[in-house]
Design a protein around this ligand. Structure first.
Ligand SMILES: Nc1ncnc2c1ncn2[C@@H]1O[C@H](COP(=O)(O)OP(=O)(O)OP(=O)(O)O)[C@@H](O)[C@H]1O
Ligand SMILES: [Mg+2]
Length: 229
């Protein structure tokens, strides 16, 4: 459903991605791992339309989408959950969901039900200020918000970054619930999380894809993944 072909991306004169290619099949959970500065966020932002590649293409459902505005890419069914975990802090959880539901004309009740479907506890927080949520809950709100409308592909940038072990479990549960129901590309530095969930892994280093893995025994072996950091 998604095919990224030989992407080269620069910030000004600094070239950051070098001939990056990857693919995602329907319902697949694909992980991108690699150290800080490897180019993972740059890759997601390019897929989502926030950055234009110098060369190469992003093909989504047989349509070339690089060059389209981010709103247009979102309209085609790709949602991007940013690394910065920003919510509307002064609004309630429910209002945060309403803001996402309005432009795609989704009924707020359906939108809330969708989020409850991946994280039942959200029901207790609906009338709380989003700014008072824990880091993990905020991340789940952002993932839930991205599910509103009918996205086909979700790009999630470092969902467990900065979270304590117990909270990482909540995120894992949410991701497990989504697995197979939607296509996902997840940037993740926690290799245990990668090993538990990935159908396919791309290890990135210095703006290049160093290794692609699809074999379960390769993916679940943390020492094996570490070799490509
Ligand atoms: N807006 C920008 N302008 C110039 N250089 C940038 C910009 N954003 C990122 N870079 C550089 O591009 C390279 C890749 O950054 P990117 O954020 O894509 O890496 P990352 O793998 O997501 O890292 P992290 O794990 O820290 O989030 C880094 O060298 C970074 O300094
Ligand atoms: Mg990043």
């Amino acid at each position: 459903m998604l095919s990224v072909e030989n992407l080269n991306v620069s910030y000004g004169h600094a070239k950051v991605l070098h001939d990056v290619s990857l693919k995602v099949s329907n319902g697949e959970m694909v992980f991108i791992a690699g150290r800080n500065g490897a180019g993972k966020t740059t890759l997601l932002k390019t897929i989502a339309g926030f950055l234009k590649p110098d060369t190469g293409s992003v093909i989504f459902e047989d349509k070339k989408i690089n060059g389209m505005l981010p709103e247009k890419v979102a309209h085609l069914g790709i949602r991007y959950v940013f690394q910065d975990k920003r919510v509307f802090s002064n609004l309630t959880v429910k209002e945060n969901l309403e803001i996402a539901a309005y432009p795609v004309k989704e009924n707020i009740k359906d939108a809330i039900d969708k989020v409850i479907g991946i994280y039942p506890k959200i029901e207790k927080f609906l009338n709380m200020r989003a700014g008072s949520l824990s880091g993990g809950q905020r991340q789940i709100l952002l993932i839930g918000r991205a599910l509103i409308g009918k996205p086909k592909l979700l790009l999630i940038d470092e969902p467990t970054e900065g979270l304590a072990a117990g909270t990482i479990n909540d995120i894992l549960n949410v991701l497990v619930k989504m697995k197979g129901n939607i296509s996902l590309v997840i940037v993740e530095q926690n290799l245990s999380v990668v090993g538990m969930l990935a159908d396919r892994v791309y290890m990135m280093k210095e703006g290049k894809i160093l290794k692609e893995m699809t074999e379960k025994d390769e993916i679940t072996n943390k020492e094996n993944l570490e070799k490509y950091l």
